[in-house]
Design a protein around this ligand. Structure first.
Ligand SMILES: Nc1ncnc2c1ncn2[C@@H]1O[C@H](COP(=O)(O)OP(=O)(O)OP(=O)(O)O)[C@@H](O)[C@H]1O
Length: 323
């Protein structure tokens, strides 16, 4: 099997609700075997709508989707046994015990892991005799994950897998996902937790209003955003006393009282220039903070830019709806 095999391949994917509302508007991406790809986006961006098409739960209004080389809707029989799905909301017969629910699901899964093994993977082995309706929200999420893992899937779809989990449960899930990935499982993850994407994703895409607004490795997406330097102006100094900021590669600045905050795409050049100036002027830059953009800043900026473009652009929602 080729290592760069495109296990998930999506081209110009579209999804329309009610005949007119286009929730997914031409999404293209691919995920290689063994990769973990995260889909991020604001509420209503179209993550679940996209993932459901990959899971073969609906027919796209346009475009093409392939999972393991097959159409997940028309060739469901070929795809489904090789895929594990953790939906945003799992539905269990709530009167069953945890072990019964896993065994029942295992009965519908070819080559299923033993129930005990699946429950141990997600740390629910001690809760096997408890009724599903008595589980906490976080425990139900873990049961969802156990069911998704039952068939030792080659491809795993995780739709907000750690929502409702406490910090320890989230870390445990991250470790499990890392282990699965290390074993070669291809994972498509949607999440609202940017830290989760930073921890786990090889690559990610940020969706906004049904379109991909940014895509790449975490460092690439973050690197496209400006870095920041902030410090307190030394006593007796004014912003105009600083060296010419444009010459240091600073693209903009704000002041808040005595604190000054610089934006730059050339962090090292700007920081070096500033420190050399401070040394020569024999002043201390109190509260000096030099930092690259975070994924959170990138996310907020990208969502903001995409929103501005959408409002300014010709393809706004009303026009799409009128087609
Ligand atoms: N069955 C449906 N009928 C009509 N509109 C829908 C339906 N399902 C989703 N939508 C709309 O499609 C858009 C995308 O929804 P989707 O659930 O895919 O977003 P999401 O990115 O997963 O959001 P969240 O992060 O809030 O879960 C939203 O505006 C939503 O209201």
């Amino acid at each position: 099997m080729e290592t760069n095999e495109r296990v998930i391949d999506v081209t110009d994917l579209r999804r329309v609700y009610g005949g007119s509302y286009e929730a997914v508007r031409g999404v293209t991406f691919s995920v290689a075997r063994g990769e973990l790809f995260a889909l991020l986006g604001t509420n209503g961006a179209g993550k679940t709508s996209t993932v459901e098409l990959l899971e073969g739960l609906a027919v796209p209004a346009g475009g093409r989707v392939r999972v393991l080389g097959h159409d997940p809707y028309t060739e469901r029989d070929l795809v489904r046994p090789r895929v594990g799905v953790m939906l945003q909301e799992g539905g269990f017969p709530s009167e069953l015990t945890v072990a019964e629910a896993v065994r029942m699901w295992g009965g519908c899964t070819s080559g299923a892991r033993p129930a005990g093994e699946a429950l141990e993977l997600v740390g629910l082995d001690r809760r096997s005799r408890v009724r599903v309706k008595q589980l906490s929200g976080g425990e139900k999420r873990r049961l969802d994950l156990a069911l998704a893992l039952l068939g030792r899937p080659e491809v795993l779809f995780l739709d907000e897998p750690t929502t409702g989990l406490d910090a320890e449960g989230r870390r445990a899930t991250w470790n499990l996902v890392r282990e699965l990935r290390a074993e070669g499982t291809t994972v498509l993850l949607t999440t609202h937790y940017l830290e989760e994407a930073e921890e786990l994703a090889d690559r990610l895409a940020i969706l906004h209003e049904g379109r991909i607004a940014a895509e790449g490795r975490v460092d690439e997406v973050v690197a496209a955003q400006p870095s920041h330097i902030s410090f307190e102006l030394p006593d007796g100094y004014f912003p105009g006393d600083l060296p010419p900021l444009a010459e240091l590669g600073v693209s903009g600045h704000e002041t808040d009282g005595r604190t000054i905050r610089l934006r730059t795409d050339e962090l090292q050049r700007a920081a070096t220039g500033l420190l050399l100036w401070a040394r020569d002027a024999r002043v201390e830059l109190r509260g000096l903070d030099v930092r690259s953009a975070s994924l959170e800043e990138a996310f907020l900026r990208i969502a903001q830019d995409a929103r501005t473009e959408t409002m300014a652009g010709p393809e706004n929602r009303d026009e799409v709806a009128a087609r």
